[in-house]
Design a protein around this ligand. Structure first.
Ligand code: S3P
Length: 168
């Protein structure tokens, strides 16, 4: 069994789905952002403030390289991880790439609950979400499995993924 890598925009449910999938398949869940926060003892917000987005992306690439050395785990990535080809190549060496999709409105609803997304700390987050989604869509579509999450619970999505990765 290869690793299962969850990708997708902020608020598409990677963390919640990752937890359900880990439980269903009895696999360990590694969240790249959490690993970054623990390794630096800083929040993602603080890392963005101190090193800017380019600095965060370098730290992210190093962490992706590190966590990809694991075997038979679920790796949940940050929404921008797909933008670097190097990250995708690293993740694909040991894993099946799954991408979760959702509409801008659903993403806004899900991300406005918390304040931990520095890229959305702006006046019109919906416009920003649409703009980023447009730009990133071709990158997300490079995944091996693309899942529409609209109107589904994390458990339903996890079951769908478990079925699709079977016999991969
Ligand atoms: C980002 C998504 C975030 C986090 C950082 C940047 C992005 O992760 O890595 O704020 O560029 O889309 P989540 O997708 O888990 O929110």
């Amino acid at each position: 069994m290869k690793n299962i890598v969850l990708t997708g925009f902020m608020g598409t449910g990677k963390t919640a789905v990752g937890r359900e999938l880990a439980r269903l398949l009895d696999m360990k869940l590694i969240d790249v952002d959490t690993e970054i926060e623990n390794s630096r003892d800083m929040t993602i917000n603080e890392i963005f403030r101190e090193f800017g987005e380019p600095g965060f992306r370098e730290i992210e690439t190093d962490m992706i390289r590190k966590v990809s050395r694991n075997k038979e785990v679920i790796i949940s990535t940050g929404g921008g991880a797909v933008l670097k080809q190097e990250n995708m190549e690293t993740l694909r060496e040991t894993g099946i790439i799954v991408c979760l999709m959702a509409s801008p409105e659903t993403i806004l609803q899900r991300t406005s609950i918390t304040k931990d997304r520095p890229l959305l700390h702006i006046d019109n987050p919906l416009e920003k979400i649409k703009e980023l989604l447009d730009f990133r869509k071709p990158y997300y579509e490079k995944a091996d499995i693309v899942i529409d999450t609209e109107g589904k619970t994390p458990l339903q999505i996890a079951e769908e993924i478990a079925e699709k990765v079977k016999g991969w």
